[in-house]
Design a binder for this molecule. Sequence first.
Ligand SMILES: [Zn+2]
Length: 114
Amino acid sequence: MHEAGIAESVIVAVERRVKSGEIQGRLRRVFLRVGTLQAVLRDNLEFLFGVLSRGTLLEGVELVVEPVEARGLCGGCGREFVIHELWFLCPACGSTDVALVSGDELLVAEVEIE
Ligand SMILES: [Zn+2]
């Protein structure tokens, strides 16, 4: 499952930073920015994180998923717009020359320590 793999990667990445001493203190929450193009089920991801983190250094830590809306930038007319589907055209000029500005991210934005 997509969400289980993501939860696992977050646990491994944060555990590594705790072990290396980069993160010190008792973790409370981990904030994860997830682009809407990742098509992640937010509740599912938060739930699986709770299950998979049992027995790890992240046991009891809350995962907070922060959705990042997908945005495109048109190379034709320079307009920036919100992307609602995986197949996108510029709504202003119809160009397919669109660069993704945001929406495919998957990164730990912040950790909160007690
Ligand atoms: Zn355009």
